[in-house]
Design a protein. Structure first.
Length: 254
């Protein structure tokens, strides 16, 4: 593994050297500027890559790859407001690129422009219906807008595409629970626990779903498990105490 890493490092260093030389001996080589930025990113020199992408789009603003890479560089730095402009340019120049639309949507979402983000995620899904990340982020935008019912089909599609994704299962379960569908929610939390048995929040939410169905023995079991995993969990303790205070037959430990 160490030998392979050294080969990779030598490859990046050679690429960087060659690309810098190409920029020195040519004029307005926007392609080389862009590829130098990529090579620097691959080598972990992210602070050096941003000026390369900026130089590339300054020379040729109609180069979609550099606009996209510039937007991604800003997005990775947590600067969604700076990422939006180059990613918008990338989408204008390559409107049929699902990935560009997805990341533009992500930047818009992070910048608080939720309605615009929805447009981009929907466009990305029209181009690639199996883009699970776009389904998930679209659902999360609806959650941010307080529209949990509209989020459910997108979380469900995420689960269909990524059936072994525990977080997707949890998100769908939470949206179902919020929309008074505890039986369906319980299925999702149970599936999450199959994937990650020590997921404290999944035990807690499954307990809530079971309690709403008056399946109190199961609810008690999962509240107790949540408290075993996280003893300082006041919500779980309060819910457990409330059930046990009115159902003394359930007080004994299983």
């Amino acid at each position: 593994m160490l030998f392979r890493s050294r080969i990779q490092l030598n490859y990046w260093q050679n690429s960087i050297k060659l690309l810098r030389h190409a920029i020195e001996v040519t004029t307005d080589n926007y392609v080389a500027c862009n590829f130098l930025g990529r090579a620097l990113d691959d080598a972990g020199k992210n602070d050096e890559s941003l000026p390369c992408y900026e130089a590339s789009v300054r020379i040729e603003s109609h180069y979609p790859q550099a606009q996209f890479n510039l937007g991604m560089a800003w997005l990775k730095r947590g600067r969604a407001e700076k990422a939006c402009e180059p990613l918008a340019a990338a989408v204008r120049l390559a409107s049929d690129n699902a990935g560009a639309r997805f990341y533009f949507g992500l930047a818009l979402m992070d910048d608080g422009k939720l309605d615009d983000a929805i447009v981009q995620f929907n466009e990305a899904l029209w181009l690639d219906p199996n883009l699970a990340e776009a389904q998930s982020k679209l659902a999360l935008v609806f959650i941010k807008q307080g529209k949990t019912a509209e989020a459910i089909p997108h979380f469900a599609e995420t689960v269909r595409l990524l059936p072994d994704d525990a977080e997707a299962r949890f998100n769908l379960g939470l949206a179902l629970l919020d929309n008074h569908r505890p039986a369906e929610a319980a299925v999702q939390f149970s599936e999450e626990l199959r994937l990650t048995p020590d997921a404290t929040k999944a035990h807690y939410r499954l307990a809530q779903a079971l309690q709403q169905q008056n399946k109190l023995a199961g609810a008690v079991r999962h509240y107790r498990e949540a408290l075993r995993l996280l003893p300082e969990f006041p919500e779980a303790k309060a819910a457990l105490d409330q059930i046990l205070s009115t159902n003394p037959n359930l007080k004994a430990e299983p």
